[in-house]
Design a protein around this ligand. Structure first.
Ligand code: DAH
Length: 369
């Protein structure tokens, strides 16, 4: 006769000692499988006398039930432990920095602006800014555009709807209105970042967004300009020419750039000129320092006496020069981009290709680009 007490003790020990689910299954099969020790005992009930069976039946069945319970409990423990082990092994540390797949970059327009600012800052210019939405007075009237004069249309202006007083503001067509803001002693309460009423001598550059109804390979409805303004006593065209030629050589980081001045007309300068750089346009790309083509890059001139007067300065005491230059256009030239419109197309592949490192601020000492 099997010693049920010893068998139960042995099986309990085996269940408790099963280190994993495979070992536990082996214990189960050895006891409860087809020819397991408990199954054999259950089979033996059939050959017993009724009295014997009445006594042994409940003992063997009880043993089987307790063992099944013990195996189920052990199985649950092992499964929990296994899951814990897996969770620990597969833990993802979310505090670790992710490996960068692509670095952010500085847009060429912003890079070029920073480069231009670096060059002019070294020459002693400070930076002024003005708003994109401008009064008709600052954008046109104060700059000596006569009322109703066709020159106001020359800029393909975006006009805003008239306000209560009937005034129609404009999206500024150039950065030149900031000249007015810098020179004009205004009573307007302006935010501190907007240039207002400086005493001459004045030496400022004005980077910013400008707007015109125009779109083709070399024009976009929104583009960027940098304005320059110098007001002092005895300023003449020679100062203007030196400043711009020096700027171009430093910006393109070579003396090989050829420039020329062409007489031109702007209402706010007298005399006025446009400056071109020599370039090569063959092959779809614009390359500077070679070729026989000219590309217009800026307008300039001596500040018109009417503009000085409109801003409250006496033209017999103060003179000045001014210039306005397309920032995007200079970027296209310097970095060889075939189409100006790509600048604002937000194509990630283009930005990846032409973008600049955010960690290298342009400066004259270590190189601009
Ligand atoms: N405002 C002119 C334009 O957008 C550019 C310009 C020409 C600016 C001559 C000036 C200047 O300051 O003196 O076409």
């Amino acid at each position: 006769m099997t010693d049920l007490t010893k068998l139960e003790a042995d099986l309990s020990a085996a269940v408790a000692g099963a280190a994993d689910l495979t070992a536990l299954e082996a214990v189960r099969v050895a006891a409860l499988g087809k020819s397991g020790s408990i199954s054999e005992l259950l089979k033996s009930l059939g050959g017993m006398s009724p009295d014997e069976r009445r006594e042994q039946g409940p003992r063997i069945n009880g043993l089987r039930d307790r063992l099944q319970g013990a195996i189920a409990a052990r199985k649950a423990d092992l499964e929990t432990a296994e899951l814990d082990a897996r969770l620990a092994a597969e833990r993802v540390d979310l505090t670790l920095p992710a490996a960068p797949r692509r670095k952010g970059g500085v847009h060429p327009t912003m890079q070029v602006m920073d480069e231009m600012i670096a060059v002019f800052a070294e020459m002693g210019f400070s930076v002024a800014e003005g708003p994109d939405i401008e009064t008709d007075f600052n954008n046109f009237t104060a700059l000596n555009f006569p009322p109703k004069h066709p020159a106001r249309e020359m800029h393909d202006t975006f006009f805003l709807p008239a306000d209560e007083s009937g005034e129609r503001k404009v999206l500024r067509t150039h950065t030149s209105p900031v000249q007015v803001r810098v020179m004009h002693k205004t009573n307007e309460k302006l935010p501190s970042w907007i240039a207002a009423g400086q005493e001459p001598p004045i030496r400022v550059i004005v980077p910013g967004r400008t707007f015109r109804k125009d779109s083709d390979q070399t024009h976009t409805p929104m583009f960027h300009q940098i304005e320059g303004l110098v007001i002092d006593k005895n300023i003449h065209m020679g100062h203007l020419k030196w400043t711009l030629e020096t700027f171009i050589a430093r910006f393109f980081e070579t003396d090989a750039v050829e420039t020329r001045f062409r007489p031109h007309h702007f209402p706010f300068t007298e005399p006025s000129a446009e400056m071109d750089v020599k370039c090569d346009r063959s092959g779809g790309e614009v390359k500077i320092g070679q070729g026989e083509d000219w590309l217009e890059i800026l307008g300039c001139g001596m500040v018109h006496p009417n503009v000085l007067r409109n801003c409250g300065l006496d033209p017999d005491v103060w003179q000045g020069f001014a210039f306005g230059c397309g920032v995007d256009r200079l970027g296209v030239l310097k970095y060889g981009m075939p189409d100006l419109r790509d600048m604002f197309a937000s194509d990630v592949r283009w930005l990846d290709h032409y973008g600049f490192s955010a960690f290298q601020a342009p400066n004259q000492a270590s190189g601009l680009s």
